[in-house]
Ligand binder design. Structure first.
Ligand code: G6P
Length: 608
């Protein structure tokens, strides 16, 4: 979604801002712009489309300013256009502002200013805030921002510059992430660490309702209520290499192939073989709290919701604790019942998804213990929850989530075994389970070797316009996730279904033009899944089966088989999803799609 980057230092700001914007491209956007500031004014250049378009618009002109802000916009209020793109300026063109989030009461602010004769040029909520800051400006930009923000309802991450105060950036956050990059004698503001990582690894995460004034000498953080905040500088462990393609054609393919390593990272130091149980100190829960949990509520969106569904099967079976999994956007608006001794788990790669954050607040309000399964260290969800498990998958740049998903599932497996051991599982049973988990990264490596075979299968099907994905039990959510991957990046219509439900509707769609991907692993429902396959074949459907290594009989019934190594039945999703990720990738590549930044999608959805 929208991205912000700002620079204050001694170097020419423009190239730094442009590189920062490129690093933010992965979040998804439809227009971009920069504002460069000096005592002579704010120079604003904007363009619709990709950063390359903005580059073109900037032309060969020498921009020498050493302070500036830049933005990638993902339209919410008003169509993607040069006018609606950020930065926005006040009527005099002296103040420029970039904004992530939504100003909910912008209409009333706008109407009040219009009554005073101000003329607005756009339909955006952001322009109203820019004008309001200008209204309050009396020689101190920070104070003007503070006064304006005290009138604002909604969410924001903003960065503001003014030609009357040309050596500073004022930034603030409420519900939309913002970090300060501390480069010693140059400073940055950004919505995401990847925008500043090639300059500094020292960052400060701003908290809600904090305002920072950044100069060439340093930065000062205060709250909206004027309390002074002592900054806590954190060292980012991500390397620049992790946010580059490293020889792969797309970030998504690189991230799929990283899963052997990321799954190792997800379990590293967390398997206690002596006690046959995972070590999850970050949960911040006492043994008696773990034992008395009566109910688990999992909320998430998109791919993270699918990992939650897998978690439901694994936790209920291993720990016998009832689990409810809900879309975060639904949970928050339906007066949910959150009984005592409930634990609420928010799952989020970015840790910033607005709906998940809102559901989490709802659960906190009701008094639940809240945990996060989060990838981005220091993100809002990670900081607001009582405890949790970091997935340690490193930066995920491809919009379609892959490595973050498998690590989320791994984290849920760990939680399930831990809860099981607190209740009904013996040391021996726990040990067997964690031995299975330990073997999974190597097995994923084996699955990835089938990349070429999967590419060949993709070659046979990439022109089809509909796909059906079937699975049962713990592999039903894998079918959902496989279908989601395909539709996200190839724009092919795909649906995931529990295999047995096919006969209640989707079977009507089956013909030779409808490829059906079936996860048919050797488990207690194998025979039932085989009978679904036969129903598809009887109607001339074409089947790609994901089967257990050694299952030779299935090959004669289907068109293609991709084999998955043996593991514990409940842990198969981490393996069975790998071919589905690769299939979606290769189909999208053959169709010539923009894989890392699919149309209309955003990596981190920070609006409702
Ligand atoms: C967006 C992304 C999805 C992601 C979902 C939830 O829609 O495009 O890939 O699964 O948000 O994101 P989160 O960061 O909360 O996991």
């Amino acid at each position: 979604m929208c991205g912000i980057v700002g620079y204050v230092g001694k170097k020419t700001a423009l190239p730094i801002l442009m590189t920062g914007l490129k690093r933010l491209e992965y979040r998804g956007y439809d227009s971009a712009g920069v504002a460069l500031v000096s005592q002579f004014g704010c120079q604003v250049v904007k363009a619709v489309g990709k950063i390359a378009q903005l580059d073109k618009e900037l032309g060969d002109h020498a921009y020498e300013q050493t302070v500036g802000i830049a933005h990638t916009r993902w339209a919410t209020h008003g169509v993607p256009s040069v006018l609606n793109a950020h930065p926005h300026t006040d009527q005099a063109g002296e103040i420029a502002l970039v904004h992530n989030g939504i100003i909910e009461n912008y209409q009333s602010i706008r109407e009040a200013l219009e009554r005073q004769g101000r003329k607005f040029r756009t339909e955006t909520d952001t322009e109203a805030l820019t004008y309001l800051i200008a209204e309050y400006y009396e020689g101190d930009l920070t104070e003007a921002v503070r006064k304006a923000l005290s009138q604002v309802e909604g969410t924001y991450g903003i960065a503001v510059v003014s030609s009357k105060d040309p050596d500073i950036i004022v930034a603030a956050r409420n519900g939309s992430p913002l970090i300060i990059g501390d480069g010693g004698d140059e400073f940055f503001v950004a919505s995401d660490v990847s925008a500043v990582l090639n300059h500094t690894k020292r960052v400060v995460f701003l908290d809600d309702e904090e305002i920072v004034t950044i100069t060439r000498k340093g930065y000062q953080i205060t709250t909206i209520d004027q309390a002074t905040i002592t900054p806590h500088v954190e060292e980012i462990s991500w390397s620049l290499g992790q946010i580059e393609k490293g020889g792969y054609d797309h970030f998504m393919l690189k991230e799929i192939h990283e899963q052997t390593a990321t799954l190792c990272d997800a379990i590293r130091g967390r398997l206690n073989f002596e006690e046959g149980k995972p070590r999850l100190n970050g949960l911040n829960l006492q043994v008696d709290q773990l034992r008395t949990i009566d109910r688990i509520i999992i909320c998430a969106c998109g791919t993270s919701w699918h990992s939650g569904l897998i978690g439901e099967y694994v936790i209920e079976e291993l720990a016998r604790v009832p689990v409810e999994v809900e879309y975060a956007s639904e949970f928050r608006y339906r007066s949910p019942i959150i009984p005592e001794n409930s634990v609420f788990i928010a799952i989020s790669q970015s840790g910033e998804t607005a709906d998940t954050m809102a559901a989490l607040r709802e659960a906190q309000h009701a008094g639940a213990i809240t945990l996060g399964i989060v990838n981005v260290v220091g993100s809002s969800i990670a900081r607001v929850t009582d405890g949790g498990v970091y997935t340690h998958s490193g930066p995920e740049i491809g919009v379609a989530s892959t490595k973050a998903f498998t690590s989320q599932v791994m984290a849920l497996n760990l939680i399930a075994i831990l809860l099981g051991r607190m209740r009904n599982l013996s040391v021996q049973q726990g040990l067997e389970l964690i031995n299975y988990l330990e073997a999974i990264p190597g097995q994923v490596g084996k699955m990835l070797q089938q990349d070429e075979t999967i590419k060949e299968i993709a070659g046979e099907y990439y022109q089809n316009n509909n796909f059906l994905y079937l699975g049962r039990g713990v592999n039903f959510p894998v079918a959902l996730e496989g279908a989601l991957k395909l539709k996200e990046i190839s724009y092919i219509h795909a649906e995931g279904y529990p295999a047995a439900e096919m006969k209640h509707g989707p079977i009507a769609l089956i013909d030779e033009m409808m490829p059906v991907v079936v996860i048919a692993l050797k488990d207690p429902v194998y025979d039932k899944v085989i009978s679904s396959i036969q129903q598809v074949k009887a109607r001339s459907g074409r089947v790609i089966a994901i089967a257990t290594e050694g299952d030779t009989e299935i090959a004669s019934m289907v068109d293609h088989v991709i084999y998955v190594p043996k593991t514990h039945r409940l842990f198969t999703p981490v393996l069975s999803i790998i071919p589905l990720q690769l299939l979606a990738y290769h189909i999208a590549a053959l169709r010539g799609c923009e894989i890392d930044q699919p149309r209309n999608l955003a990596k981190s959805v920070t609006v409702e």
